[in-house]
Write a protein that binds this ligand. Structure first.
Ligand code: IPD
Length: 273
């Protein structure tokens, strides 16, 4: 049966407005913090509340849809991306930032149908940055069209790299080696602490590329559509096709820049989502 994407979008928007309020209220309050996979992989009650609000609201309206959510996964739910309409949700991307009241935090959410992203929202309610995209309709920041930068060579590029939320020695070695390689070749290196916002920066032309190994589908599903709708590219860091469940991501303002970066970096292959 056909899916009413406008209804999906409107329903999501209403829920997101309520969820934003939870983050705005939570960021400067005392937080209850729990550890997940390790000492730098955290969850707060706000992460859990936001995910619950979004999933229960969407389920009520769309009982046949599927969900892949960061905190539901941490609670033992299995992830499987099928052709069914699937909402991929990170309730608080940048949880470490949230814990420290560093204001780069966002909700990241995408709807995929037949594994194709149709709707994406990345919203930072603390700084008032609302990024959105619908397939084929471009990407917007606070209602205005955005476009990736015109930078297409590494020597002029501002890059985002993240170590991520694991301290796996093998991965750290690769990431630090890549920092070593890229710093002398590029304009500069940044790490915002949120995969989704790193991608949003590429989409709005504020940075030129973002590379990470070990992220999860919920960190990058919305960013994938928003970057591509803003005219950028999202690929596998070894140069092939992007796979949202692969835990590997490279996005850039152009394919030329993306492939130049590919030539210089070392690779790491985490287990799939
Ligand atoms: C994390 C952030 C961080 C990235 C990690 C992610 P979370 O997401 O996006 O920037 O480096 O790989 O896990 O845990 O804050 O939702």
């Amino acid at each position: 049966d056909s899916i009413d994407l406008d209804l999906c979008y409107q329903t999501l928007l209403e829920l997101v407005k309520q969820a934003e309020e939870l983050i705005r209220n939570g960021i400067n309050s005392a937080k209850e913090i729990q550890l997940k996979s390790c000492e730098v992989d955290l969850v707060t009650e706000t992460d859990q509340q936001v995910e619950k609000l979004l999933i229960s609201g969407l389920k009520e309206k769309f009982p046949n849809h599927q969900f892949i959510g960061e905190e539901s996964t941490a609670d033992g739910q299995k992830n499987e991306l099928t052709d069914a309409p699937t909402w991929i949700i990170d309730p608080v991307d940048g949880t470490m930032n949230f814990v420290h009241s560093f204001p780069h935090v966002c909700i990241s959410i995408a709807l995929l149908i037949n594994k194709v992203p149709e709707i994406a929202i990345i919203t930072n309610p603390v700084l008032g940055q609302f990024f959105e995209a619908r397939r084929g309709q471009g990407a917007l920041l606070n209602g205005n069209k955005i476009h990736v930068s015109s930078v297409n060579e590494l020597s002029k590029a501002l890059l985002s790299l993240e170590v991520g939320t694991s301290r796996d020695p093998e991965k750290m070695k690769v990431v630090l080696r890549n920092v070593n390689t890229l710093v002398p070749l590029a304009h500069g290196i940044r790490a915002l602490g949120s995969a989704a916002l790193n991608m949003a920066m590429v989409a709005m032309g504020a940075s030129d590329s973002y590379i990470e190994f070990g992220i999860h589908a919920w960190d990058i599903a919305a960013g994938d559509l928003i970057v591509r709708e803003a005219g950028g590219v999202v690929i596998d860091p070894a140069g092939g096709e992007f796979d949202v469940m692969s835990r590997r991501c490279l996005c850039a303002s152009s394919m030329e820049l993306a492939q130049e970066i590919v030539k210089h970096i070392d690779q790491y292959y985490p287990g799939r989502d």
